[in-house]
Design a protein around this ligand. Structure first.
Ligand code: SAM
Ligand code: DTB
Ligand code: SF4
Length: 357
């Protein structure tokens, strides 16, 4: 279990029957009422000042056959991105070592695929084994999976599979035409049946309505088990994609959505995911208050920029936040050793950079 707190035991049971209108009511209530409620839920389930840290690596970049209108990696749009084939296993492990050294507890590997091919799987499985052996949690996002592929990943030790629903079922067809919402749900089902944890969320700022945001959260919260990790991305507008010039989303609408995700999925890690680079520190502080407790750390997401590490270190210092240690290792001694290693690496990274500023 994640950083669960003792008072979680007295919290009401989790719901999986949310109605769209109930979620819209939550999203549109006065901001202070919403944030107060969300922070209360957050404190019942988590240490309010601990933030889980993930680092991302693109293991196969660009030329994706899907037409996701937001994505720099879709082969349907000319975004000037240079395509790169699947990385060598050793090169991926080298990046994972760097992530561990700067204090990440989870390493997420992403590939611009519609789905992995059979011949890619041995390499991908080797990456999972190697990263896990370092004591990092493992996460992958490779597109659609068959049941067999999900089981093979689970056997190799993959902890999380990321597969986002992105938006409401009604708005989905405006954003992606090369796969359906049902395809997405099917992969999530394969991941869950195989015994892995689910990381699933969406993107805001794609021209969707409040009702669409409610629809996305409804789909996520009404899954048979809440996704353990819920990334909420702010659209990064990429020149060359159809959404390059879409209107800005009000940052307070973004914060509201984080708060409602926290209320609907009380024990899930809600990630303040892509788009932090263009957010003010104050918006991020509000998002943490609203219940976000996970970030991507490091200067690059998959292909787009993320805040500089030293900027995040200063922000954590200003807000009194600290990285959350991992909690899901079965054996207590192993967990203590890993947490000690991670904590030392985190403290070393934080103090070195803080001293330089
Ligand atoms: N191809 C796989 C898939 O789509 O599942 C994995 C990689 S894909 C890049 C992972 C997620 O990144 C997408 O589901 C989307 O939510 C997010 N993403 C992609 N481009 C983005 C952008 N420009 N701004 C914000 N989020 C983005
Ligand atoms: C998620 O929800 N956001 C991450 C991760 N899951 C794989 C990806 C964000 C990608 C942003 C655009 C880019 O870096 O190419
Ligand atoms: Fe391909 Fe994933 Fe980008 Fe869609 S979001 S174009 S599936 S890499």
């Amino acid at each position: 279990m994640s950083a669960a707190r003792p008072d979680a035991a007295t919290a009401p049971p989790f719901r999986h029957d949310w109605q769209r209108h109930e979620i819209e009511t939550l999203l549109t209530q006065p901001f202070n009422d919403l944030l107060f409620q969300a922070q209360g839920v957050h404190r019942r389930h988590f240490d309010p000042n601990a933030v889980q840290i993930s680092t991302l690596l693109s293991i196969k970049t660009g030329a994706c056959p899907e037409d996701c209108k937001y994505c720099p990696q879709s082969g349907h749009y000319n975004t000037g991105l240079e395509r790169e084939k699947l990385m060598q296993v050793e090169a991926v492990l080298e990046e994972a070592r760097k992530a561990l050294a700067v204090g990440a507890s989870r390493f997420c590997m992403g590939a611009a695929w519609k789905n992995p091919r059979a011949r890619d799987m041995p390499y991908v499985l080797e990456m999972v084994r190697g990263v896990r052996a370092m004591g990092l949690e493992t996460c992958m996002t490779l597109g659609m999976l068959t049941r067999d592929q999900a089981e093979a990943l689970e056997d190799a030790g993959l902890d999380y599979y990321n597969h986002n629903l992105d938006t409401s079922p009604e708005y989905y067809g405006e954003i992606i035409t090369t796969r359906t919402y049902a395809d997405r749900l099917e992969t999530l089902d394969h991941v869950r049946q195989a015994g892995m944890k689910i990381c699933s969320g969406g993107i805001l700022g794609m021209g969707e309505s409040v009702n669409d945001r409610a629809g996305l959260l409804q789909q996520l919260a009404n899954l048979p088990v809440h996704p353990e990790s819920v990334p909420i991305n702010m659209l990064i507008r990429i020149e060359g994609t159809p959404l390059a010039h879409i209107e800005d989303l009000d940052p307070l609408e973004f914060v509201r959505t984080i708060a409602v995700a926290r209320i609907l999925m009380p024990a899930s890690h809600v990630r303040l995911a892509a788009g932090r680079e263009l957010m003010s520190d104050e918006t991020q502080a509000l998002a943490f208050f609203a219940g976000a407790n996970s970030i991507f750390y490091g200067e690059r997401l998959l292909t787009a920029q993320n805040p500089q590490a030293n900027h995040d270190q200063r922000l954590f210092k200003r807000l009194g936040l600290y990285p959350e240690p991992r909690h899901d290792v079965d054996d207590a001694t192993h967990e203590a050793v890993l947490n000690d290693q991670i904590r030392k690496a985190q403290v070393a990274a934080m103090t070195t950079d803080a001293a330089a500023h």
